[in-house]
Design a protein around this ligand. Sequence first.
Ligand code: ZN
Ligand code: ZN
Ligand code: ZN
Length: 356
Amino acid sequence: MQNEYVVPRLYPFDPALDRLDRQALISLAVTTGVGYAQEELRELTRNEIIDAIIGARVTAEEEAEDDPQAYEPRLVASPTLPSGFEMAPGRSLHVVWHDDWPHAALALALDDPDDSLGAAERERDGDVVMRILASNPPVVAALEAGDERLPLVRPLSWRQLCERADVDLPDGSQRVPVRAARALLAALADEIERPGGFFLVAGDCRAAEPATAVDVAVVLQRATPEEALTCAMCDVELDSWELHYFRGELRDIQLDIQDQVDDAAALCVRCHRLSHSTSLEDFRRALLWPRCPQCGSDDVRGIQYGLLTVPPDPERWVMGGCVMGVVNPRWHCDGCETRFGIFVAGPLGPQDPRRY
Ligand SMILES: [Zn+2]
Ligand SMILES: [Zn+2]
Ligand SMILES: [Zn+2]
């Protein structure tokens, strides 16, 4: 019988691994490539096996930083490039560059017929269109030919693709010269078949410049024509979102884009604020403050009436005047200046609008 001493763990408790039974852990250790044979693994304690698995993964991530090819990406968009997307003789490849990448990502994911993504300039029948979203870094998010669209749910780095095709193209919309076009499409087919990996510095939602290519991937993977993109916390339908990363502590290392997507949630502004609340006041505000019914903004302040000896915090309140009418709005939207939430005057005095 295995002697299960309490061995101190190198790595913290990992619910995904700690749930597995011993046999499953051994099988996983073999496929993870921890460097032990089956028989050797049987000699290890449970904790040692879990440590070996996590250790091998950490090493793989570290190696990925030096050699992106060494780390196999997990989600492949499509096994091959469908033949319809090859360029017929005499036809052109157009790159269409979308600076408004959040809008373009949503339109692609929802496959909105009125998505206003637009055709390429001087596009003709039989031409192929490659849509690039100008996220950071820019990504190849879809290929189109006629009415057909191949969305790349695991977006590719535009610059990486150019490098792989050995072509030097400027950023921006353009008709690609024939030779470069063939090289690009061949590289794309190759990339789909044998993904080279797309690595980014791990996301940090509080950083000034988050890895926005992850936004594109999140939208393309989580929104579908049947299901709009919704806030992962409150389910409200989103047309703009903030990404929340659950692994902020890994922000200094590069991760495959798919690992980052798995680790990120698209949230509405309010839920995002809620998940970063550091004080009870923040938490209450994020949880209880209303949204503007007119524009949806949650840049909303409460309105206080009456003559106050101490002026209220202007971040949270606006003054509604010292005399109340019969009907008085309770909230003020800083986004569109709408006042809403009518209540009929009761006793005067500074009111905490959250009570109504
Ligand atoms: Zn939400
Ligand atoms: Zn966050
Ligand atoms: Zn508003």
